[in-house]
Design a binder for this molecule. Structure first.
Ligand SMILES: [Zn+2]
Length: 193
């Protein structure tokens, strides 16, 4: 499977998305459950996560900027905008695990620094407010700048991103969950990009 670079598009940011979870979620999912997919007709086992490698606001021009930074978990743009990567978990009614979107949210500089400082020491921080900074184009309504709260763990896993409980379909999915068939439909919508 190959993905071409298209600047600013979701597909580009998701060009490193890892089917089977290797690049995204820090948890390894090991269900033994197989599922006949309504979208492709194949039998599936592990549900992959879909993740973005950078915030929407990131651009390759920042790569050489000494006041900007992009790692797999942190992003700074021109010492002005601060982002962290987290996970939006979507419950699945008929499956033992969640479907995970790997996304970026903004953070105040102070909170960003707290996260960076306490990532390894088990100190509980947050939750902290942030604006969603990933465009998930599976959803017709823009996901950019949805209001979120980042909930931090003390065990070096990525923060869980809780959406404001609006009527945006993504927020509804997080609140109410989806079926496994829909989760695979989402995954396949990124296969082709
Ligand atoms: Zn399928």
């Amino acid at each position: 499977m190959s993905f071409r670079f298209r600047p600013k598009s979701f597909a580009a940011l998701f060009s490193s998305f890892a089917l089977a979870g290797s690049g995204c979620s820090t948890t390894t999912k090991t269900p033994n459950m197989s599922f006949i997919c309504a979208t492709c007709g194949e039998e599936h086992h592990d549900l992959p996560a879909i993740a973005s490698a950078a915030p929407f606001q990131w651009s390759s021009e920042y790569a050489n900027d000494t006041n900007s930074l992009l790692t797999s978990d942190l992003c700074i743009i021109e010492s002005r905008d601060y982002f962290i990567r987290g996970v939006i978990q979507i419950p699945i009614h008929d499956y033992e695990h969640t479907f995970d979107w790997g996304v970026w949210v903004t953070q105040k500089k102070e909170n960003f620094e707290l996260y960076r400082e306490h990532f390894n020491d088990g100190v509980q921080i947050g939750p902290f407010f942030g604006w969603l900074s990933t465009k998930i184009d599976y959803y017709a309504e823009d996901t950019l700048n949805l209001k979120t709260r980042a909930h931090f763990s003390t065990n070096r896993t990525r923060p869980l991103i809780e959406l404001e409980p609006t009527d945006h379909l993504l927020a509804i999915h997080q609140r109410e969950g989806i079926t496994l068939a829909e989760a695979w439909k989402i995954v396949h919508s990124y296969d082709k990009k």
